[in-house]
Design a protein. Structure first.
Lengths: 162, 373
């Protein structure tokens, strides 16, 4: 199915939980969804006969400018029908909560931990949300655009980037 | 008579352990010799690639991509270059496309050779490792001829190549290919059909297709479970649609489909297919063409984003790039294949012995550099 048709299908099913469809400024047409509905949308995408999105290729956090909302991007693929869809959801900077899909796609388990680690996005319902790449007692979320590294980590001076 | 006192023990394997292929820690929960839970602890090699990339111009990111997957650097550079080229809409000269495929496939052979050799080493077969590295050396010689480096090349640039291949390169590559089939037969004699090796690898760590897809396992590890997905086929990029090659799948010859032996053997067969592709590419290689002609003076992809994936030796290598129209990426995420491939180990490793976990880890062929980035 074309991305446009998948969007039409989703908005018929989920109504206002689907916000919009974006084709401009992206090479992967994207459906913007509400963060609290992510798990049910993914469940539907995976189980629906016509869609069969069984593979989560990639999950990425993103911070556009250090002021506006954080976002999470999901790239899905169906190994049987061989079609693609990209989902995007926004979470507020102060309380960035997104529903976890780690139980639906096990790929998301580590990828969500990574997004939590580097962007501080809280994935509600994740089985074991903790840092994965950085040390557990690291302060701050390094890939946020407004991130300022602490001066010391366990007594060691942190070199400044730039 | 009192009952035998048995309780679970937590065993730390790594980070400094010879069979963890780098700096990986596995927290094993064991009941005697049987493993009941495996928790991989990663991040020891984290060098903040993505943070660096947000502070570097596009062309300056290329060498960093090679440092992530240091056994498949050509593949990483190729994927990154293609992603940026697609954003900018750059058309490449035919000669560049062919040379890139040649290097990417040679790199696949070199990387699989390390995978096979170290897998043998992990389960106690030392000699095949020497054999594999002997041939890998020849490939590295070819890379050195072309790029001047043996491990980290910075050869595939956005829009072209750093420089053209030197005279004699094509002949030397043919020479390598002519001898290679004989070498594969040697590996089969010394390791593939070795009874001890089969005992150690067959029926160990069986991965069903459902588990593999759900965990995002890709590459040879996925195809060993019988899933026919190779991005070079399903979503051909570069010029892969012009070549005739097979996609080997696991068949469970000595055990169950998707066991460690299958993951090993799929790599052996894949090396032969890669050699086939290299030969075809050399046959068709256009003589004319300036490899630098399409390199843009300014690399400023238009505002937008892309997720571009390619088939690296270890599986699906994806780049998610967001551009705001400047010469520095706003966001660059590398979806590294081994990251997802490693996460499956708890699912497929439970119930096996500690020594089997080492075999499973060897069969997954991980590179910690790209897991931790």
């Amino acid at each position: 199915m074309k991305e446009q048709e998948i969007y039409a299908d989703l908005s018929a099913k989920f109504g206002d939980k689907i916000i919009e469809f974006v084709e401009e400024e992206t090479l992967n047409p994207t459906v913007i969804v509400k963060p609290a509905a992510l798990d049910e949308i993914c469940n539907y995408l995976k189980d629906s006969e016509d869609l069969q999105f069984d593979s989560l290729m990639n999950l990425a956090g993103h911070d556009a400018d250090g002021e506006s909302d954080l976002s999470v991007i999901y790239h899905l693929y169906s190994t049987s029908i061989k079609h693609y869809i990209t989902l995007k959801t926004f979470a507020s900077r102060d309380t960035p909560a997104v529903k976890s899909i780690a139980k639906i796609y096990r790929t998301a388990d580590w990828h969500e931990r990574e997004a939590y680690d580097l962007y501080g996005i809280i994935f509600e319902g994740h089985p074991d949300l903790k840092r994965i790449l950085m040390e557990e007692d690291w302060e701050g979320y390094p890939l946020r655009k407004d991130y300022v590294a602490a001066e010391f980590y366990r007594g060691m001076r942190i070199e400044k980037v730039k | 008579m009192g009952r035998l006192h048995a309780e679970e023990m937590v065993l730390n394997m790594g980070p400094q352990h010879p069979s963890t292929h780098g700096v990986l820690r596995l927290k094993l929960r064991t009941d005697g010799e049987i493993v009941s839970h495996i928790e991989p602890v990663i991040g020891y090699l984290h060098r903040s690639f993505e943070k660096h990339a947000e502070n570097l111009e596009y062309q300056m990111v290329t060498p960093f991509t090679g440092r992530c997957d240091y056994l498949g650097a050509m593949g990483s550079e190729h994927g990154y270059a293609m992603a940026v080229e697609k954003m900018m809409g750059i058309e490449l000269p035919e000669r560049v496309e062919y040379l890139r495929v040649i290097f990417a496939e040679l790199q696949r052979i070199a990387s699989h050779l390390v995978a096979l050799g170290t897998f043998g080493l992990d389960v106690g077969a030392i000699t095949p490792f020497i054999y594999c590295f002997r041939e890998r050396e020849l490939i590295l010689d070819l890379f050195e001829m072309a790029s001047g480096a043996r491990l980290l090349y910075n050869y595939i640039w956005i829009g072209g190549l750093a420089h053209d291949i030197p005279p004699g390169f094509v002949e030397k590559t043919y020479e390598f290919l002519d001898a290679f089939d004989k070498h594969v037969a040697e590996y089969n004699q010394i390791l593939t059909g070795n009874k001890i090796f089969i005992e150690r690898a067959a029926d160990i760590g069986v991965m069903t297709p459902e588990i593999a897809i759900n965990y995002g396992v890709t590459g040879p590890s996925l195809r060993a479970s019988g899933v026919n997905i190779d991005i070079r086929r399903t979503q051909p990029y570069s010029i892969y649609d012009r070549f005739d090659f097979d996609v080997p799948l696991g068949e469970g010859i000595h055990g169950t489909v998707g066991d460690s032996w299958d993951r090993y053997y799929v790599r052996v067969l894949e090396m032969k297919e890669s050699a086939k592709i290299v030969r075809q590419a050399l046959d068709q290689l256009p003589v004319e063409g300036d490899v630098k002609s399409a390199i843009p003076r300014r690399i400023r992809p238009p505002k937008g984003e892309i997720y571009f994936r390619s088939e690296n030796p270890r599986g699906e290598l994806g780049y998610y790039i967001v551009s705001d129209g400047k010469n520095v990426p706003l966001r660059l995420k590398m979806r590294s294949p081994a990251f997802s491939n490693l996460s499956v180990i708890n699912e497929i490793g439970q119930g096996f012995m500690i020594s089997d976990v080492i075999a499973i880890l060897g069969s997954l062929d991980i590179v910690l550099g790209e897991i931790d980035r």
